[in-house]
Design a binder for this molecule. Structure first.
Ligand code: M6R
Length: 618
């Protein structure tokens, strides 16, 4: 049996790549033949704190290693509450994502048997319980069997979990169980990896397995065994990661967010790629929903959270216009608690970059129970939401690492538009030429986004620096500009910690205008004046109204708009494009603005406080 520093090195590298998922503490544990107990190290704070500690007090070479970065749910971020958690006898180490709902009862039982607890976490309860189960198996059978032990643990836990465990008595295996938390296996040569996201091991292998709900898995060298919690073998779906390890490197950019904003054009282009036949018709064979079912769809309900919900909100305007069916946009966490009206003719569209947002996952489960078809628009292969949907349309934005969603947002809008146009095609709601015209407009958007990146960067940056000390910002828009305003407000709020509020501009006089006073920055998304767009003049009037009350106005407007030039203090220009396409360009200066403001405040733009990239708890 070989021991080396590789397991720990691979683990730390993987944690570095996964740190965007949670970053309030980190830890590792290792096992090697001959060890009496697992060795471990864990620290509150960023991964670098753990790495510094390991540099001062190195762990011995090992055969297996597990590691964790945490986003606290149960117990404050501290050294003690950090993972791994260790069994009472020190033989087993465990890491856990999720929330164990029956932890209090299990803890009480264990305490009454003499078990001691040092942390405030539910995860320590799982570690102590696993230690007990593993020892019972040894007593009964005379040999250790960590795989059987984790399966038994899985049956005793309620709530959500992805748990990985090692045992010094079987130092060559890592075992895991999952329920409602992501878990994938990387298939290397003579080595295997377990992680919540392929990002962790893509430098070593692009071949991966999705681990199913309520399944257990054991890896030993290059061998992988998957079963249900009763030990029956199960088939895990194999997939190949379609991007390179370099995609998760900063590659010379100051931050992942900077890199990802500059990938907006590619994100739209890649999402369109391969989705047309030689005649220019949209082909979405990957949907696996037959045309007769799609023809029958009489309503769309979008379920999503945060930025993804704003992409759905934009799509509502386009799809209702093109397909003439109602589109409702529901925040996933509100959706299933309000008796939504769903029928077998409702298409539920779940939008999620990560594919793991628990609120969205729960919403689609609810929809499927009502017999509605669920289509996922997702950026992450091997994730739970596509796996539990009837159909999936992948966005090809590539891995998004910065917590603030940017390139995924433009890809989500693009995918929604493809879906809307495809429905229009299938239902005959638009003429073929009309669809081709819209598609042409869509195909021109990467170039227009690039134009914005090149032309607006300086003015956006200087505006952000000039306004760095303003405590509050208002964002206004109408029609598709309204969700863009909401998204601009969210971006600035989440990474620059400014108080922001997005409004429908028409709502201004119904209350929000009371917030306007001397110097308050108001960002206004201005529709094009071309083709007699009546909304243009109304939005320009809104600029005048807030300006008359002392606001500092920043407009996002079409190149050369003379009215805007007359009234706005600063203008972020966009090139001419059809109204329904404008969100794809209008959001770009707002993404840059949030990033520049966060940089000006010397904040960590990629890892804003209190947030995590994947919100896998409700
Ligand atoms: O992975 P998802 O797209 O499901 O995530 C949804 C939201 O949590 C996410 O968009 C969040 O609002 C971002 N931090 C916004 O930048």
């Amino acid at each position: 049996m070989t021991v080396s520093t590789k397991p720990l090195d691979v683990c730390l590298q993987g944690l570095g790549r996964l740190e965007y998922r949670g970053y309030d503490s980190a830890g590792v544990a290792c096992a090697a033949p001959g060890m009496d107990h697992v060795v471990w190290c864990k620290k509150a704070g960023r991964l670098s704190v753990l790495e510094n500690e390991l540099a001062k007090h190195p762990l011995p070479p090992a055969q297996t290693c597990i590691g964790h970065t945490r986003w606290a749910t149960n117990g404050e971020p501290s050294d003690i509450n950090a993972h791994p958690h260790i069994s009472q006898d020190g033989k087993i180490a465990l890491i856990h994502n999720g929330i164990i709902e029956n932890a209090n009862q299990l803890k009480f039982n264990l305490q009454s048997e003499g078990y001691n607890f040092v942390s405030q976490t539910d995860s320590e309860v799982a570690a102590k319980l696993l230690g007990k189960i593993a020892n019972r198996i040894i007593e009964d059978t005379g040999k250790p069997d960590l795989f059987a032990a984790v399966r038994r643990l899985g049956k005793m836990l309620s709530g959500t979990f992805a748990i990985l465990a090692i045992d010094v008595r079987q130092p060559d295996v890592v075992c895991a169980i999952r329920r409602d938390e992501p878990l994938v296996v990387g298939l290397g040569e003579d080595e295997s990896f377990l992680a919540s996201d392929v990002t962790a091991f893509v430098a070593y292998t692009k071949n991966a397995l999705e681990i199913g709900q309520d399944n257990a898995v054991m890896i030993r060298g290059g061998r992988v065994e998957a079963t249900d919690f009763d030990g029956n073998p199960v088939e895990a779906r194999r997939f190949t990661v379609d991007w390179d390890a370099s995609a998760v490197e900063k590659g010379g950019w100051d931050s992942f967010m900077d890199k990802e904003i500059h990938e907006d054009p590619a994100s739209v282009r890649e999402t369109l790629m391969g989705r047309f036949d030689l005649d220019g018709n949209i082909v979405l064979d990957e949907l696996h929903i037959d045309e007769s079912t799609l023809k029958n769809i009489d309503k769309i309900t979008v379920v999503a959270c945060g930025t993804a919900s704003y992409a759905g909100f934009i799509a509502k305007y386009a799809i209702e216009h093109w397909v003439h069916i109602p589109v409702e946009v529901a925040l996933a966490h509100e959706f299933r608690y309000r008796d939504p009206v769903l029928t077998p003719r409702t298409l539920v569209v779940a939008i999620s970059q990560s594919g793991e947002t628990m609120d969205t996952l729960m919403a689609i489960r609810h929809a499927r129970e009502q017999d509605s078809k669920v289509l996922a628009i997702c950026n992450t292969q091997g994730s739970s939401i596509p796996r539990e949907s009837d159909a999936v349309l992948y966005t090809h934005a590539g891995p998004e690492i910065a917590v603030a969603s940017t390139k995924a947002f433009v890809a989500q809008i693009t995918a929604c538009y493809l879906l809307g146009l495809y429905l229009a095609q299938v239902k005959g709601a638009m003429y073929r030429d009309e669809i081709h015209g819209v598609v042409q407009g869509l195909r021109a958007m990467p170039g227009k986004i690039q134009w914005v990146l090149e032309h607006d960067a300086d003015v956006v940056k200087s505006t952000a620096i000039a306004l760095v000390s303003r405590p509050a910002f208002l964002f206004l828009g109408r029609h598709v500009g309204y969700p863009v305003a909401l998204e601009g407000a969210l971006k600035l709020k989440e990474i620059a910690y400014a108080f922001t509020q997005g409004f429908a501009a028409g709502e201004l006089k119904h209350g929000p205008i009371a917030l306007v006073e001397e110097g308050v920055p108001v960002v206004v998304i201005v529709p094009s004046a071309r083709q007699g767009n009546v909304l243009h003049d109304k939005v320009v009037s809104n600029i005048e109204e807030v300006k008359a009350r002392g606001a500092y106005t920043i407009a996002v407007a079409e190149e050369g708009d003379p009215d805007v030039e007359r009234y706005a203090d600063v203008i972020f220009w966009r090139p001419q494009c059809p109204t329904l396409m404008s969100p794809l360009v209008d959001v770009v200066p707002l993404q840059l603005f949030a990033m520049d403001m966060a940089n000006a405040k010397k904040l960590d733009v990629d890892k804003p406080r209190n947030l995590a990239k994947s919100v896998t708890v409700e």
